[in-house]
Design a protein. Structure first.
Length: 414
């Protein structure tokens, strides 16, 4: 094939972007990539109302904007079909925050993008629908599926998840990403506190729980991390959130006589900046350290056991107690218990909440309590939601209790 023919095949003659043929070739040669498909809404109506020449103007102006985005953000730009464009980042490292920002900006900026039409001697704004996929294979098909899903369900965008082989709306991710950013900027990441009681039903400490405050002026809503924590990890905001909540709790202890139980995920322990700041704080505030329990989330898969044990041994020297959280399911590891020698084991709530109706759950709770006491470890039962559950647990010699039967998480420890 002659060079001129190849060039025509690989380049769109109207917009001078790469063609669909070029996109297919590039996709075949990539390792993994991010593909954004951009469809002009109601394009046929523009052609019908204003004529084909106006339609071509819209396509050319849209292509110019797509080309600008490609240059600024490191994509390759394509015209895929009549009114469908594409941005491809191949051999890409997946950075969800950047992708969400790109998608949102395209939608917002296109709606403000002025296109002058000679046929009406005026400007129009166009709107787009976006389908997105990250994948190693069949990325074009997956992005197309996401785009069709968005159109069918009247969404502005949707995404194909290569992990779940399913289409998910991107709007939820973008929404919470924005809410997290806004909450951090406005100091709206707040600690809540749930009391932990002993067998005499006396509050001995509070577990610190994170809440995101949404303030619309008329009222405030306090959002549990269940809604946004996974998204914070994907958008690389988790470390920020965790540091805020940990140090807000620690600083509160400097001006009170309370005792707090603070959660530490494995990701926190890997965060060198956080841990160095933590060590410095504990060194400078020994009285606070002695009123802290650090809860290690046992349900997480620990990659570096020595790093974890080093952290535990270090904070213990300051007087911090160690609790293993969520024990009884997931990656429950007796060897880890023997190595870390925790002061406290917190039985996973999925077992506790069913002890009144599930004999197997009760048997497992009894076994955990007996094992822990033989090791000199105290036991906390979470998710105590009724008197029936509380009475059963008390009979199993559980040492401490936590749950809605006593109190929901509250804004101020009491």
């Amino acid at each position: 094939m002659k060079y001129e023919d190849t060039h025509l095949l690989l380049t769109d003659s109207l917009t001078y972007l790469k063609s669909r043929v070029s996109l297919v070739q590039d996709v075949l040669n990539m390792r993994i990539g991010n593909l954004i498909l951009i469809d002009i809404d109601n394009f046929n109506s523009i052609n019908n109302l204003y004529g084909m020449e106006s339609g071509d103007t819209v396509l050319i102006e849209t292509a110019n904007y797509i080309k600008q985005v490609a240059q600024e953000r490191g994509y390759e730009a394509y015209r895929v079909t009549s009114n469908e464009f594409a941005l491809l980042d191949y051999d890409a490292k997946i950075d969800f925050e950047d992708i969400y920002e790109d998608v949102q900006n395209i939608i917002e900026q296109m709606s403000k993008y002025d296109i002058y039409l000679d046929a009406i001697s005026d400007i129009i704004n166009i709107h787009v629908t976006i389908g997105f996929a990250t994948a190693e294979d069949m990325i074009l098909e997956k992005a197309s599926s996401a785009l069709q899903h968005a159109k069918k369900n009247y969404l502005k965008f949707s995404a194909y998840s290569n992990i779940t082989n399913d289409i998910k709306t991107l709007s939820n991710y973008i929404y919470w990403n924005n809410e997290i950013k806004k909450a951090i900027e406005n100091d709206n990441i707040q600690p809540f506190f749930q009391p932990i009681l002993n067998r005499d039903e006396k509050i001995i400490k509070h577990e610190v729980l994170m809440r995101l405050v949404q303030d619309n002026g008329a009222e405030k809503t306090y959002v549990s991390p269940v809604q946004f924590l996974d998204i914070s990890i994907q958008t690389k905001r988790y470390n920020e959130l965790s540091k805020i909540i940990i140090f807000k709790a620690l600083n509160m202890l400097k001006t009170s006589e309370n005792s707090f139980s603070i959660n530490f995920a494995y990701q926190d322990i890997k965060n060198k900046e956080l841990i160095h700041s933590l060590y410095r704080f504990l060194e400078e505030n020994p009285d606070v350290a002695k009123r802290c329990t650090f809860e290690i989330l046992e349900s997480e898969l620990i990659e570096d056991t020595q790093m974890l044990l080093s952290f535990i041994n270090k904070v213990r020297k300051y007087g911090v107690q160690i609790a293993i959280d969520d024990f009884g399911i997931g990656f429950s590891n007796l060897e880890m218990i023997l190595s870390s020698q925790p002061d406290i084991i917190k039985i996973d709530g999925s077992l506790v909440k069913n002890v009144d109706i599930d004999s197997k759950a009760l048997t497992l709770v009894e076994a955990i309590v007996a094992f822990s006491h033989k090791m000199g470890i105290k036991v906390v039962a979470e998710y105590v939601h009724s008197k029936e559950v509380y009475d059963i647990l008390k009979n199993t010699d559980v040492d401490m209790f936590q749950g809605y039967y006593f109190s929901k998480p509250v804004f101020t420890p009491n």
